[in-house]
Design a protein around this ligand. Structure first.
Ligand code: B3K
Ligand code: ZN
Length: 849
């Protein structure tokens, strides 16, 4: 296996002025004709085209058919030496999309032909300089059977419909914007669609289409609405307009990730397009809004300005995630959005940053680029952009992004170029700040407070963990928002500190008594705060920052849970009282639903030096039970106050009521009582929304095996023809807290709905099981054995899927010895498997190191 290094980057030796592609799609094979106009930049260079597993038919250089002695062709490349300064190359090759189970390049999802080219899928379609710094103008003709594939799409604007010949027809598309090959897309199928339009700020009328499987067009309205909102938002917030006459989105069922921002032709996992109240949860609706926006925002941050090489991935991904987070915050509750973003960051990215696969947001090397579409590059990358936004302030940030767009439009650039634009309008230590791009691991900040004679001193000590290879890392530079409050909760002083040293003190004067500190407000920096002796109950009541208030509630519960782990009979009355106060709080209901959530097992696990799940579950069960017992009556009252089974509206108030009501029901489930089971049963049977049904199923599964079985059977029969909903069915069962999960998961693989070739289903059943810590980490090792067997099996079908599943083993070095031993054996079995993909090899071998 070959490792690719950032330091080895070299500019391309050729440019491609234009590329003209013709696809003849058949039931067995697809013929590709690829005509490229080249210019040589480096006199002495051979032309080395990327070509992966391609059947070459003919190579024609400036009209002359080349004999096979004029080029060399292997599994990875097509090389032609002695090419002129300028020339036209015409290549004919054949591919087999129907056999493509990796879902990279051109493949079939059900009856639909579609593509996925980022990062290196285009080389599986036709020979090319498949790298993001080669930008060219694409014209694409798609020819296929008219009856089976009435819809033929590619990037850009439709320029020509060819007269049909026999039973076949063709369409030509032209994209006037130069783009790298990873943004190429093609779709052919028999699809339904909905259409709408958007008039840009400068008056261009854009046609918007969303294509879906036959019969699904009534489920695309929310996606369309989200797209229109995103287009408007980008004009208002960033001054960015859309730049083609048409914007197409296609939903397919088999897709390795969420969606892809191909120029003018986004291809989506159908889970991020299709929704109605009966089949999608409120969270699904939010997810659609955010992914639709994310892909749309890429049109400027990613497509118009793209990455020079794949090490720069966070240039487009971190920035675009930050943009979609801000968009969702504007469309919904900004306080809830921020908490959810941080929760997601901690559950996925903090865990990654503390694992053997930790890497900087700008990695220095990779074996398989596909392994670097990570929470670090995306979500931590977004936090880094957010810090820049905080350092510059809204107005200067906008000036800086304007400058970025003006300066680099149409180019493939680096994170350094973005930072240059930020620095033009910001006063901060750029060189020091850049460490965020080069260092891995989550910094922690130890807090020490001193108060004497009206003076308050805050001493902050930063600790950045060592790199994976053991080498030391430096203190970082970041903005830290704090407030000092008096005993009534009134803010005496609110400040943005700049943290830049390993240890530093800040002094504040003029207090009559020791102020109360609220630190890392809005989560202004992605760091871990270590602060002893905090009056959490006070902050839960009085903190004026919605984020730190939430944080106090979580931290208080965490401290109590650790106390319970030491002694299960510990006194928890103070916490219970504070929780009671939260119940009375008069605040936004969706925010309240978050405040009432007890810390997740993953949150607790991250605080253990050596991970053992059993005591975590025990402590959490105990606390959950005590909370539910003490407040049963109040919780039930809150439940019924907010329970509106016949309301399936999607306005924020209705969503908030459902969120709170369902949180309360989940809390009550700790009682495992007949009464709560009856409430859940009633909710399952009579609510109109998927949100309610899912929570009810979850609750029944955890407290009443019999009722659960009845409800799950009903659910199955009702939705077995809807794969998107069946994903939920598999996921709920794989996440079950009830004994015997592994056996049931194994049996479910034989269900007629389950299909190992469909990534969504694999993620729902196998992926979710691997996050069911209780059973995945079972002491008998069967959880590990099951997953590693699956990884080896799926690796042959879809290496990206297999390497994603391998991520569940990241926790290996932190596990208690007995589990570690079991894990080691299974991991070694994976790496030593003959023919294991480089994707899976890279992840597993890093974990084992
Ligand atoms: N850019 C794509 C991700 C491609 C992943 C390739 N394995 C989707 C996105 O981030 O918007
Ligand atoms: Zn993206």
């Amino acid at each position: 296996v070959q490792e690719i290094f950032l330091k080895d980057y070299k500019k391309p030796s050729f440019t491609i002025e234009s590329v003209n592609l013709t696809f003849e799609l058949f039931e067995e094979e697809t013929n590709v004709t690829n005509i490229m106009k080249f210019e040589k930049l480096d006199e002495s260079a051979d032309l080395v085209l990327d070509a992966q597993e391609l059947e070459l038919k003919e190579v024609v250089l400036d009209g002359e058919v080349l004999g096979s002695d004029r080029y060399t062709h292997d599994e990875e490349t097509l090389t032609i030496s002695n090419v002129p300064q300028e020339f036209t190359l015409e290549i004919r090759n054949r591919i087999y999309p129907q056999k493509n189970t990796e879902l990279e390049g051109l493949y079939k999802s059900g009856d639909i032909f579609c593509t996925q080219c980022e990062p290196e899928g285009f080389r599986r379609i036709t020979p090319y300089l498949d790298r993001p710094d080669v930008m060219s103008i694409f014209t694409t003709t798609v020819i296929a059977d008219q009856k089976k594939y009435p819809i033929l799409l590619a990037n850009g604007n439709k320029v020509h419909c060819h007269e049909s010949f026999n039973t076949r027809h063709g369409v030509t598309w032209h994209d006037p914007h130069p783009k790298p090959s990873y943004l190429f897309a093609l779709v052919a199928g028999d699809l339904d669609f909905i259409t709408d339009s958007f008039v840009t700020a400068s008056g261009n009328d854009v046609e918007l289409n969303i294509y879906v499987d036959k019969g699904n067009s009534d489920k695309a309205d929310h996606a369309m609405k989200s797209l229109i909102n995103a287009m408007k938002w980008d004009e208002e917030k960033y001054g960015r307009e859309y730049d083609l006459d048409i914007y197409n989105i296609v939903a397919v069922d088999s897709f390795n990730m969420g969606a892809m921002e191909n120029k003018g032709l986004n291809i989506f996992n159908s889970a991020y397009v299709l929704a109605d109240a009966d089949t999608a949860t409120d969270a699904n609706f939010m997810g659609i809004e955010s992914v639709i926006a994310h892909e749309y925002f890429h049109n400027w941050t990613g497509n118009r300005i793209t990455c020079r090489n794949w090490f720069q991935l966070t240039l487009k991904e971190g920035l675009t995630v930050f943009r979609d987070q801000c968009f969702s915050a504007d469309m919904n509750s900004s306080e809830v959005q921020r908490i959810q973003d941080v929760k997601a960051l901690r559950e996925r990215q903090f865990v990654e940053d503390a694992s053997p696969t930790a890497h900087p947001i700008q990695p220095k090397s990779y074996i398989s680029m596909n392994n670097f579409y990570t929470a670090t590059v995306y979500e931590k990358g977004a936090e880094v952009i957010r810090m820049l936004h905080t350092l510059l302030g809204e107005e200067n940030y906008r000036k800086a992004t304007d400058l970025y767009f003006e300066t680099f439009d149409g180019q493939a650039v680096r994170t350094d170029d973005f930072l240059w634009a930020m620095k033009e309008y910001g006063e901060f230590d750029l060189e020091h700040f850049k460490l965020w791009y080069d260092q891995s691991g989550t910094p922690s900040l130890e807090v020490e407070e001193n108060y004497a004679d009206g003076k308050y001193t805050l001493t902050l000590t930063q600790n950045v963990p060592n790199k994976v290879d053991g080498s030391l890392q430096k203190a970082m530079y970041f903005p830290l928002k704090i407030a000092l409050m008096d005993k009534t909760g009134a803010v005496a002083e609110e400040k943005m500190l700049i943290i830049s040293k390993e240890s530093e003190s800040f002094m504040f004067e003029g207090f009559e008594e020791k102020p109360v500190l609220s630190i890392n407000r809005d989560f202004s920096a992605p760091v871990i705060i270590k602060h002893q002796d905090v009056d959490f109950a006070f902050l839960m009541q009085h903190d004026t920052n919605s984020f730190t208030k939430y944080e106090a509630a979580q931290e208080f519960a965490i401290s109590i849970l650790f106390k319970l782990m030491e002694d299960i009979e510990s006194d928890i009355s103070e916490y219970l009282e504070a929780f009671g106060a939260l119940l009375e709080l008069d605040t936004d209901l969706s925010y309240k639903a978050l405040l009432l959530e007890l810390p997740s097992i993953s949150t607790l696990m991250q605080k253990q030096d050596v991970v053992d799940f059993e005591p975590l579950y025990k402590a959490k069960d105990k606390l959950s039970y005590e909370v539910a017992k003490k407040y049963e009556a109040k919780l039930l009252k809150l439940y019924f106050q907010n329970h509106e089974p016949l309301n399936s509206a999607l306005d924020s108030k209705s969503i908030a009521k459902r969120a709170l009501k369902n949180r309360v029901l989940s809390l009550l489930s700790a009682l495992e009582s007949k009464e709560i089971a009856a409430v859940a049963k009633e909710q399952y049977e009579h609510s109109l929304t998927m949100t309610d049904r899912i929570t009810a199923l979850d609750v029944l599964e955890s407290i009443d095996a019999e009722l659960s079985e009845i409800a799950f059977n009903d659910f199955y029969n009702r939705y077995k023809n809807n794969t998107l909903v069946m994903n939920k069915y598999f996921a709920l069962l794989a996440a079950s807290p009830r004994e015997g999960v592994l056996d049931r998961v194994m049996a479910l693989q034989n269900d007629e709905v389950y299909d190992e070739k469909v990534p969504n289903l694999v993620r729902s059943l196998i992926g979710v099981f691997a996050r069911n810590y209780k059973y995945f980490h079972a002491k008998d090792g069967y959880g590990y054995k099951f997953l590693s067997d699956k990884i080896i099996e799926i690796d042959k079908i879809n290496p990206q899927m297999a390497s994603a599943l391998s991520g569940a083993f990241k926790i290996y070095p932190k596990m208690i010895e007995s589990n570690k031993k079991l894990m080691k054996a299974t991991l070694e079995c994976i790496v030593s498997t003959q023919g294991i993909s480089k994707n899976t090899f890279e992840i597993v071998s890093k974990i084992l190191k």
